[in-house]
Design a protein around this ligand. Sequence first.
Ligand code: NAP
Length: 501
Amino acid sequence: MTEHPLKVAIIGAGMGGLFMAEQLRVAGIDYTIFEKAPEVGGTWQANTYPGLFVDVLTRSYEFPFARHHGWSRRYAAGSEIQDYLVRVSRTRGFRQHIRFNTEIVEATFNDAGWDLIANDGGRHRADVVIAATGFLRVPSIPDLPGRESFAGPAFHSSAWDHSADLEGKRIGVIGTGSSGVQIVTELGKRGHDVTQFVRTPQWMMVRENPKISLIERLLLAIPGTAKMMDARMMKMRRKIEGPDTWRFRPGPDRDRVREQYAIELEKALPDPTLRAKLTPTEPAGCKRIAKTQHYYDVVQQPNVSIVAGGVSRLEPEGIVDSNGQFHPIDVLIYATGFDSHAYMRPMKVTGAGGHSIEEIWRGGVVGYKGVGIPHMPNFFMLNGPFAPVNLIPPPAGMQDQAVLIMRLIEMARRDHVAIAPTDAATRHFCDEVRAEVPNTTFGDCDNWFTDKSGTPIVWPWNRTEHARRLAEFDMSDFEIFWPSARKEAEYRGELVSGASS
Ligand code: NAP
């Protein structure tokens, strides 16, 4: 059979989009990346707030196909990650495939392929769509009473207003997630007058972020040595942090982890009043644990205040907290997180039989192993619903997902068909997740993995299980869609779409 010259549309030139570009480049498959921003990088392009750094070891944040030895610190600054992604896009030749400033607003499945409409009205056709749109992309700004009345600059952590003058200003930060913690730490260190509004204190991991010396960098450039150094680092980390099993099974390990964090907190914050404000009541590991070197030091400085409880309302000159106390604020920063269940939306996606994403997800988000959606043939996602985004460094998770996606794409190319997970396989997978989640820490409190109905949309197994479940699948989990020009009956005999199990 002649191989079908497949065309793939990748939506998003963040880490996921670039990762898939490399897989397609290696496979010799034609692709175009549509990116709404003027540059690659996704979340690293959008987030430019002061104090941004990657909170997993930077060495595990690199693409396996573009190792980098020049990181300045163990946890690199956001701007370094962004520079790295831009560099990779250049050196791997991705840029000539990218249409910048182009947002796909509509994708419609039609005759075993996809019709795409861009925001500039441009129309495109692709056999396969890969939504690499990220999950921490759509800012969530609470609709607080009086929000519009606030007189000063107010912006979300992911849309930092660099024109806002912070000098001598009273800065309010709402939120205590990883973004809020990093912002308060940096602004506090710079000596700004900062008030952080902490509705729910969260557990923190206090970790050093040492510089990587020139000698270390030179050693990292030698592949064999780099492997040894990485292994040593991982061993050291496991020794400090212990095995990850406590997240997946209740038991004494979980209690021990909580105790360890509580001891760290007590040591870090001797003042009982301040400590009480920042002592979490929720189980450790339910919200993503923020990593920090200096947060606890900074919140003890006289220029930083912690206000416990929520925000009751905004007024032109400041914030009224949940106890009714007014705090004068000149500049307001919403570190209030993201609509992590927006996925590829607001893009309008209509699959086979006219089924839309909105309709399929009406009763709650469903997905197959984080990469597929029923009735959406040849529509794959990087880090879609139930992907291990809370758990596994992105490149490792993407690597596993790419294995499954690329095998399906290769089948689509070979057999000129479109492939989607069946309703039954998707339901079965989601049921398995639901059965497992109660064993994990992830369902123990409200967090950004949890959807509006209270269901954590999360991968409930460990990293090994992620690799295994994505590498092993049964073809009966998938439904095949034939283009109208090729009748299913005459084609069936030729189809040899075998997959491993
Ligand atoms: P987040 O973890 O969802 O935190 C949002 C914060 O805003 C929470 O403290 C939340 O309080 C608070 N909040 C929301 N609405 C509020 C309201 N009406 N009043 C008062 N407080 C309100 O968001 P994030 O900090 O942006 O982090 C999201 C994820 O992004 C992280 O978990 C991490 O995965 C990733 N991230 C990574 C890095 C990195 O690697 N460098 C940096 C930043 C973020 P409640 O808890 O009470 O809802």
